[in-house]
Design a binder for this molecule. Structure first.
Ligand SMILES: [Zn+2]
Ligand SMILES: [Zn+2]
Length: 341
């Protein structure tokens, strides 16, 4: 009898939450890495799938291997493929250890992979795109850890000057009057790994459009384990969701033994459908694929519509939110088109 081939490695998970693609994988204790291509940033590199390489910025939360294991490889592959230096944003407290790790590879490989570490103290900020900044926010974990919020800064006219004619505004400006103020719009918050604490209630987290977060434990009897490991338990999530204003909360760092269908139905029971409908499990490949198919249908861009098999023909033009092709597992199946919800 021939030996069996190895089990297929799971491909990357994908969610399109307008206007962002959320791509990655995250399993507690194994590896977490999640990217938002539109922001040019990936969060953590517990492993380094090829899709993560084009991101210019990597925000590392802490030094546990499931968050940092692919970091050196990411820098090396970016260099190998001519993508330029990897920019590593990390808590200042772990910057020396990351530097040491990267220098270890210089000794091993006898070559110098370019990288730049950007250490951030808690509340520190760094610009990653025009008007877009990453802020480090302190989290409570068993080792020094920071979460991140990605903030857009817009300059707005101060209320007292709204409605004034342009020449008056120019005159005020010429006289040195500060006529604008900065408005902060939190786009994405990334909260991995942490015990429940003040960070969850901050304005830039509560008001973020998308919250990417861990939830490691779901069973009532695992509350103590969550406390010891300084992770979130589903009961923390339920409390948090009552005050969180995000349009989507994406959950990762779920252990393999968690049954996602049961976890989601428990969330619905505790929160009510409306609040629970904002919650997505990154690992829930089937549900997320079906959701994406519905999005394609709604946009008239489903392959079946394109061929004129279903509906009345699709819109032409590109759709920017395509899922990653790695492993092929995230390709849209044309066989299981669910009814619209
Ligand atoms: Zn972890
Ligand atoms: Zn950890």
């Amino acid at each position: 009898m021939l030996p069996k081939p190895p089990a297929r490695e799971p491909s990357l998970n994908f969610l399109y939450i307008e206007p962002y693609r959320i791509i990655g994988s995250s399993v507690a204790g194994e590896a977490t890495t999640i990217m938002v291509p539109e922001l040019d940033v990936c969060f953590d590199l517990g492993s380094c799938p090829r899709s993560m390489l084009p991101c210019k910025w990597a925000c590392i939360t802490h030094g546990h291997m499931d968050h940092v294991g692919g970091l050196a490889y990411w820098c090396s592959q970016r260099n190998f493929l001519g993508m330029g230096r990897g920019n590593i944003i990390c808590p200042a407290a772990i910057a020396p250890a990351i530097q040491k790790m990267m220098e270890g590879y210089i000794d091993l490989e006898r070559q110098k992979t370019p990288f730049k570490i950007h250490p951030l103290e808690p509340e520190g900020m760094i610009q990653i795109k025009p008007n877009v900044f990453v802020r480090a926010i302190p989290l409570e974990h068993t080792v020094p850890t920071c979460g991140y919020t990605v903030i857009e800064r817009r300059s707005k006219l101060k209320p007292e000057y709204v409605g004034l004619p342009q020449d008056k505004l120019t005159e005020l400006k010429d006289r040195g009057t500060e006529i604008t103020r900065f408005l902060e719009i939190p786009l994405v918050a990334y909260i991995f790994d942490t015990a429940p604490g003040a960070a969850l209630l901050r304005e830039d987290v509560r008001k973020a459009q998308i919250v990417l977060t861990e939830c490691t434990f779901f069973e009532p009897e695992d509350k103590e384990r969550a406390k010891i490991g300084m992770h979130l338990h589903v009961s923390d999530l339920v409390e948090w969701l009552r005050v969180c204003e995000c349009k989507a909360m994406v959950i990762g760092h779920v252990s393999r033994r968690t049954n996602l269908a049961i976890a989601k139905s428990n969330l619905v029971k505790s929160l009510g459908r409306e609040k629970a409908d904002r919650v997505f499990f990154l690992q829930d490949g089937k549900v997320n694929r079906e959701r994406y198919e519905r999005q394609l249908m709604d946009a008239g861009e489903h392959p079946l519509q394109q061929k004129g098999v279903a509906g009345t023909g699709g819109r032409s033009g590109g759709f920017r939110g395509r899922p990653p092709r790695e492993g092929g597992g995230d390709r849209v199946s044309s066989r299981s088109v669910p009814p619209r919800a």
